[in-house]
Design a protein. Sequence first.
Length: 183
Amino acid sequence: MKGIVFNLLGDIVTEQYGADTWDRLLDAAGADGSYTSLGNYPDEELGRLVAAASAALGEDPQNIVRWFGRSALPILASKYPQFFRHQGTRAFVLTLNAIIHPEVRKLYPGAQAPDFEFQTSSPDALVMLYRSERRLCAFAEGLIEGAATHFGETVTIAHPSCMHRGDPHCRLELAFRRAAAVA
């Protein structure tokens, strides 16, 4: 896994919980915390950090990973605004395979992005099939939730099939709505 993922996690934990918390998570995970954006690190190291956060917070690991995705999106939108010039979350999500992941691979050679397949049945819905050996479907959910917030929308995500439950892929059923205006 590329170091940028670990750097994002470190930045988010430090911003939301403080540098001491990040240091405690690194210690609990047996990680040294010296990550370079282009460096490659074992996927298991992210798993150990998630497990440490899960134990510290008494929270389900998948919820930790979802929180990470949701929290990472604003940082990614700030760093890479060219990927966020869309009219909504659905349009943004549909660019993942064709535009965003190829650019990620250019910026971070060797990056292994997940594979998505889309079923576009209506303008307010989207079925997304997720395949990745990393099985970070909760991270994808969090990124989608963060994107919805970024675009002033709400998203409902159903996850009827999941690789964590033995399915060959995850099926994410997404329904989008514009957020209600505040009076």
